[in-house]
Design a protein around this ligand. Structure first.
Ligand code: G6P
Length: 612
């Protein structure tokens, strides 16, 4: 997804902007650019491809400036070309933009009628021309932007500079994340605070509809022309710990961080083998009233939600539905009172999940229905955390690799904590079972460490996937979503076509695909479904399929011709999905590395999908 960095300082900010863009690279992008104001002129460089290309161009042209805006673009309107890269300029004005201006075509027609020439195919360029046009009727840049914003439809964030205001940076947040970094005698903006950590750890989180004017010494935020107060928050220093360290890729580092991440996540809720009395205390009254749960999420977070459904129903005796946010938000679902709506999201900014949440709240209010909203999220300052009644943080630390790993397993841990809490309040789960499961949860970091010992073995097996075109993942029960997740991981980063199936569906279609060339990954913990799964394995082998089985040592599944077994430690069936996630992550990672793909930033994908 696109990224914004901007700043106004006394020193030249060229290097700060480039460093900020590098820190946003993980989000996925296809071109980059920056614009500075120097001696009444806009100096701009844009390049297709990596930020390193832009950096080289900026070094060669040696442009400097103490006010500027920069951008990584992920193409939505128009191809990834230099002309389409941001910033876009209209005379004295330069603009960077995240999100989408839905009515840009109408606006473009009007602007062309006024004589404006368009040099790109983007929706963004209309904003530059509109601000330029508005500046004909007011000398004030802020007022000009305030005139333009009501004309724009869509969800967006903007950074705007003007050569006639060489000490002012304007920022707009309307549906796309934007934070202000508060410095000493200098101030910054970015779509992600991570970009600004080298220059500050103090942030103002803009709210939807905010327009801010930044100078070196001042930050003023306005809503509908009225100044509003927004608090400055200081960020925990540990969040800045986002480097690859000894690992070749962020993804591998994040896979190995899972024991610690899970420990952090459960520590906030557990005291010995019991839930802490203060864990989600504020939510107790609301939780005691809920009659069902609706989970809404996208991508990997949706797979976590699917496992939540099994657990909510089996453990807490509560009906639970789970749905992909992009479907949920548009199909006018019936909003039912006394429902707990749970958004699961690593970023807390995913456009579809956020829109589904907002729509649900609006419709519940219109019908006067009592609902409770909650987010399971990895970013404490995100929109979803701010807009739900309650939140439970996954304390995984920043996740940089586009393919989610530690965020996923910590989401599962957080879901389990939430389910235990609700089950306890509703007295659907007894203290002994809570004690048993929490004891297992404390044990999970160690079990994951043991599972990681299989890394070399999994690397060896991954060589057998390198030349393959297709792959199937099969599991039953809570391993079915892990099969979906395994297939998603493999396709995302290795570009091998992969499908996950509930093993019971094998005969209803995917078996037709099985032949000598089809690797089939089986997730086989030693649970009550194991015998049925073994029958599915026979069915695959009878058709020549090659099996790669992740199984419990007690499962009795052994290595044989065209059947490769990796032993995963014995775990209770509640924790099996967390533990079995690890070998499928490692498998996908090694296959991708062997195929030479860009593991941390796979083609066409973005970490945080903040537009539809
Ligand atoms: C993108 C990411 C996935 C993530 C999904 C949902 O597709 O690449 O890793 O699962 O968005 O993101 P969220 O931040 O809402 O969990």
């Amino acid at each position: 997804m696109c990224g914004i960095v901007g700043g106004v300082a006394e020193r030249s900010i060229t290097n700060i902007l480039i460093e900020g863009l590098k820190r946003l690279e993980y989000r996925g992008y296809d071109s980059a650019g920056l614009a500075l104001v120097d001696h009444g002129q806009i100096l701009r460089e844009r390049r297709v491809g990596k930020v390193a290309n832009l950096e080289q161009a900026v070094n060669e042209s040696a442009i400097i400036g103490s006010i500027g805006i920069a951008h990584t673009r992920w193409a939505t309107h128009g191809k990834p070309t230099e002309n389409n890269a941001h910033p876009h300029i209209s005379g004295r004005v330069a603009v960077v933009h995240n999100g989408i201006i839905e009515n840009y075509q109408e606006l473009k027609d009007d602007l062309e009628a006024l004589g404006y020439n368009f040099t790109s195919q983007t929706d963004t360029e209309v904003v530059a021309h509109l601000v330029h046009e508005a500046l004909k009727s007011t000398p004030d840049l802020l007022k000009a932007v305030e005139q333009v914003v009501p004309q724009l439809k869509g969800a967006y964030a903007l950074g705007i500079i003007d050569t006639n205001h060489p000490d002012e940076l304007i920022a707009v947040r309307e549906g796309s994340p934007l934070v202000i970094g508060v410095g000493i005698g200098e101030n910054f903006i970015s779509s992600d605070q991570l970009a600004l950590l080298p220059v500050t750890n103090r942030f103002i989180y803009l709210e939807e509809g905010d327009i801010a004017r930044l100078t070196r010494e001042t930050i003023d935020v306005y809503v509908n022309g009225q100044k509003v107060a927004r608090p400055v928050k200081e960020l925990d220093a540990t969040i800045s710990n986002a480097t690859k360290g000894e690992f070749k890729h962020y993804m591998l580092k994040e896979i190995y961080e899972q024991p610690e991440a899970i420990q952090q996540t459960i520590s906030q809720a557990l005291n010995g083998n019991a839930l802490r009395p203060d864990f989600l205390k504020d939510a107790e009254i609301d939780f005691s009233n809920i009659k069902q749960v609706q989970i809404i999420a996208c991508g990997t977070s949706y797979h976590a939600g699917m496992i939540g459904k099994y657990w909510f129903e089996q453990l807490a005796d509560l009906p639970c539905h789970v749905e992909i946010a992009s479907e949920y938000r548009y199909r006018s679902p019936v909003i039912v009172g006394d429902t707990l709506y749970v958004c699961i999201s690593q970023s807390g900014e995913t456009a579809d999940t956020l829109a589904a949440l907002r729509d649900t709240k609006k419709r519940a209010a219109a019908k006067n229905l009592n609902i409770t909203t909650m987010t399971i999220c990895n970013v404490a300052t995100s929109s979803m955390v701010r807009e739900t009644d309650y939140h439970l943080l996954t304390l995984a630390g920043p996740e940089i690799g586009v393919a989610s790993t530690k965020a996923f397993t910590t989401q599962l841990a957080a879901l389990m904590l939430l389910i235990l809490k609700i089950g306890q309040i509703k007295q659907n789960i007894d203290e002994n079972q809570i004690a048993e499961i929490t004891a297992d949860m404390w044990h999970t970091p160690k079990v994951i460490l043991d599972t990681l010992q299989n890394d070399t073995e999994i690397l060896r097996l991954s060589e057998l996937f390198v030349e393959k075109q297709h792959c199937l993942f099969l599991g039953r029960g809570t391993e079915f979503p892990i099969a979906l997740e395994g297939a998603l991981k493999l396709k995302e980063i290795s570009y091998i076509h992969a499908e996950g199936y509930a093993a019971g569906e094998l005969k209803h279609g995917p078996l037709a695909l099985v032949d000598n060339d089809m690797p089939v990954v089986i997730l086989a913990p030693n649970d009550e479904m194991l015998d049925k799964l073994k029958s599915n394995m026979e069915e695959v082998q009878a058709r020549g399929g090659e099996l790669f089985v992740f199984a419990d040592e007690d499962s009795g599944i052994k290595n044989k011709d065209r059947q490769h077994v990796v032993h995963v430690p014995n775990v209770s069936s509640w924790l099996a999905p967390i533990v079995y996630s690890v070998p499928v992550q490692l498998l996908s990672y090694h296959v991708a590395v062997l195929r030479g793909t860009d593991v941390d930033q796979p083609r066409n994908l973005a970490k945080s999908v903040t537009v539809e």
